[in-house]
Ligand binder design. Sequence first.
Ligand SMILES: [Zn+2]
Length: 337
Amino acid sequence: MEKFIVGCDIGGTWVRVAICKLALKGEQILLKKERTLKEDQYSISGQICKLLDLLIKENNLKREQLLGIGLASAGPLNIIKGIAFNNANLGFREIPLKKPIKDIFPKIPLYLINDCNAAVLGVHCFEADEQEKDNLAYITMSTGLGGGVICNGNLILGKDGNASEIGHIILEPNSKNACNCGTFGCWEVFSSGTGIKNRTLDAFKEGKLNGENLLKLVKNNKSEITAKEVFQAARDNDELALKMVDNCVLYSKIGVGAVNNFYDCNSIYFGGALMENSEQIIAPLKEQFKIDPIKYTINRPPELKISKFKSEIGIRGALAYIKYKLEKNSVVAFCSN
Ligand SMILES: [Zn+2]
């Protein structure tokens, strides 16, 4: 009987469930996705069980064929207790993930991991080359800003599974710009999708910069502004939008420099919705770390790359995590949950 592994990726907008053979050949990934249910704290686990049952039925599989489940979720998490908590996008103070799924699929090993920590495993498994894969970081620039790191060939998890929360490095301690995490002046406040939108609205209030082109794009309705429109207006030389993109890039130089100082990476891969505008973000970062790296990092600069898997890197990472756990791959040797 052929054996399969399961990956799940829980985000603020989408829940994805995938089944694949253990060998993890990309073309064989069977995937289902739905908008994240937020009715009560058990909605998400119920949704995952439902999607997994559908995948099993539609592909004429039996539960006995499933070797294990890799469950990646937006954090913060407690991977030992098996919960997500205080997540602004998922809602609810505490969301039980492990137990309710275990109750429905009791015989299948299940491991929980932060989505960005999963994503770096996705890069490790599906796209990094031999020379770079032991010292690797993944940075998502999306609604929020997060990361995952493999250092000396080991995935870094931390005590609760929340290591590499790089979006919350405080870059401006005296900033009045509040972050979702509860403090002020984090990297996420300036360079994430939410951050760019909020800083843009602030700049309109301040009224010093000309944002006419940006306003035209949203037909004068400022509540329609997202990072997407800001990047588009910047390409049309809108003064206010250009300043916002400059800020996003400046703080990203500091953040990426810090990540390289901490982890001494061979390569840093980027993903997330803001990579639709990678020419405006990654190109100037590359330029900086090529021409004058020492301004932002003391360590030899890393290669900066964009993950080719876009929004699927999380689910691929969840599959990679369960594969590595089952095969006792040394990359996840210290992941004890
Ligand atoms: Zn923060």
